[in-house]
Unconditional design. Sequence first.
Length: 73
Amino acid sequence: MKKTFKLIDLDCANCAAKMETAIKKLDGVKDASVNFMTQKMTIEADDACFDDVVKKAVECCKKVEPDCQVVIK
């Protein structure tokens, strides 16, 4: 499964790169990208553990940029 999430208050491209690197290291993640310019995060992961991966990805984002919010619909 592949989904894109909106990011709010992502302040710098360096932080986006750190988030992307951390998310790619999570178990079950096939691919991930965090784009500072579009303020979007795309995650591709196994269907069986997708919700768990998204939850861990949000935690990674909070560690790097505490003010950044991930919009999950």
